[in-house]
Design a protein around this ligand. Structure first.
Ligand code: PMP
Length: 358
C-alpha cells in the first residue's frame, strides 16, 4: 500500500546537509577562537553599527522591496548599471537562485570538488545533476577537465576563486583559456566571495570578464571582507538578462532593511574595511611562513583561510585544535579548513601545525 501522506520530491531526500562551522565553547582561563566559518574577526565599524541600529528602529516596516539605496551605491561603486546587478540574502542565495532559474531537472552543473559545500545542496534541491571535477593535488581547479566535462545538458559551471576550502585562486589567463572553450549557452559563474583577499600575479578581474562575455556572472558577498556575515547580503554582477532572471526568482523582501543599511554604510567606509583586509592578508602571510618553518605545506591560500590536507588524520587535527582553543572546520578523511583570525588565534594555527608535524 503506497504511503498516502504528502511526499516531498525524491531529490529532497538526497540533499546533503550543510555542516556549519562549530561554535567556540568558552573554556576556563582560555579564549577560544572560532576559526571554522571563514568569518571576519573584526567587530563592526561604529558608523556601520549606527546605520544598522537606525534601520532596526523601523523593523515594523517591510524593507524597500527594490533595495534602491544599495543598488544605487553598488552601481556607483562598480560602475555597473543597476539592471546588471542582483542582490540576495548572501551570495549563497544567488547560487540557489541561478540553479533554479537556469536548470531543469536533470540538467548538469559542473564545479570543482572539493569546493563550497553549498553547491551540491543548491544543485540537488533543484533536482539538477552535479558534475564534480576533482581539484588538483595542490587544491587548484582543473579547468581543462572542467571544460571537457561540459555536455549538451550542462547549463551552469561554477568557478570558485579563491576556492573554498582549499585556498588557491585561478589566474585571468587560466580563466580566459577556459572561457574560450565554453559554449555560449553555458552560464559561467565566477564565485568571488573572497576576492578582496587575493594577492597574486594575474588575478581574475571578474568585472572586466563579465563585460567581455555574455555568459559570465560574478557573485560577491558582504559577509567576508566587509564583515556582515550575520546580516546576509551578497550580490551578482552579470548581463542584464541573467541578473534579471536571478531577481525574478528571488524572495520578495529578502534582504532586510538592516542588512541594506549596513551594506550601504560599509561601501561608504570601504577604505577602513579594506585596511582590515590588508591586516588579515598580512596575518595570512605570517601564518603561511610559520607553517613552512614547521614543515607544513599548504596549498597557496588566497582567501582568509588555510587548508590542512590532513587526510585520515583530520579528526585528530581538529581535536588538537580544540585542545589549543581554536575551532577548525574538519572535512572527515580529507582535511581541515582554518580561518585566519585574531593574531593570538593565528599563533595557535602555527602551533597546531607544529604539534601535528612533530
Ligand atoms: N561562496 C563561497 C566560496 C563561500 O565560501 C561562501 C561562504 N562560506 C559563500 C559563497 C556564501 O557566502 P554568503 O552567503 O555569506 O554571501
Amino acid at each position: 500500500m503506497p504511503d498516502q501522506r504528502p511526499q516531498p520530491r525524491p531529490n529532497v531526500a538526497s540533499i546533503p546537509s550543510y555542516v556549519a562551522g562549530k561554535p567556540s565553547v568558552p573554556r576556563e582561563g582560555m579564549t577560544v577562537y572560532k576559526l571554522s566559518s571563514n568569518e571576519n574577526p573584526y567587530p563592526p565599524l561604529p558608523g556601520v553599527l549606527a546605520a544598522a541600529t537606525e534601520a532596526a528602529a523601523r523593523m515594523n516596516r517591510y524593507p524597500d522591496m527594490g533595495n534602491a539605496d544599495l543598488y544605487g551605491a553598488l552601481s556607483d561603486k562598480l560602475q555597473v548599471p543597476a539592471e546588471q546587478l542582483a542582490l540576495a540574502t548572501g551570495s549563497v542565495a544567488l547560487i540557489y537562485q541561478l540553479v533554479q532559474a537556469f536548470c531543469d531537472p536533470g540538467d548538469e552543473v559542473v564545479y570543482a570538488w572539493r569546493s563550497f559545500e553549498a553547491y551540491p545542496i543548491a544543485v540537488t534541491a533543484a533536482a539538477a545533476t552535479s558534475v564534480r571535477i576533482p581539484v588538483t593535488a595542490d587544491g587548484r581547479h582543473d579547468l581543462d577537465a572542467m571544460a571537457e566535462a561540459i555536455t549538451d545538458r550542462t547549463k551552469v559551471v561554477l568557478v570558485c576563486t579563491p576556492n573554498n576550502p582549499t585556498g588557491p585562486a585561478v589566474t585571468q589567463a587560466e580563466l580566459d583559456a577556459f572561457l574560450a572553450k565554453v559554449p555560449p549557452h553555458v552560464l559561467v559563474v565566477v564565485d568571488e566571495a573572497y576576492v578582496e583577499f587575493v594577492r597574486m600575479p594575474d588575478p581574475v578581474d571578474g568585472l572586466a570578464t563579465y563585460r567581455s562575455h555574455e555568459n559570465v556572472l560574478v557573485t560577491r558577498t558582504f559577509s567576508k571582507a566587509y564583515g556582515l556575515a550575520g546580516f546576509r547580503v551578497g550580490y551578482a554582477v552579470g548581463p542584464a538578462e541573467i541578473a534579471g532572471a536571478l531577481r525574478a526568482v528571488s524572495l520578495p523582501f529578502g534582504v532586510s532593511s538592516v542588512a541594506q543599511a549596513a551594506a550601504v554604510a560599509s561601501l561608504a567606509s570601504e577604505d577602513a574595511l579594506l585596511e582590515r583586509v590588508d591586516a588579515l592578508v598580512a596575518e595570512r602571510d605570517r601564518v603561511v611562513s610559520g607553517l613552512r618553518d614547521v614543515g607544513m605545506a599548504v596549498p597557496e591560500p588566497q582567501g582568509n583561510f588555510v587548508w590542512f590536507g590532513a587526510g585520515e588524520r583530520t579528526t585528530e587535527l581538529a581535536s588538537a585544535g580544540d585542545e589549543l582553543g581554536i575551532v577548525v572546520r574538519p572535512f572527515a578523511g580529507e582535511g581541515a579548513r582554518v580561518t585566519i583570525g585574531e593574531p593570538e588565534a593565528n599563533d595557535r594555527i602555527v602551533e597546531l601545525a607544529r604539534r601535528f608535524t612533530s
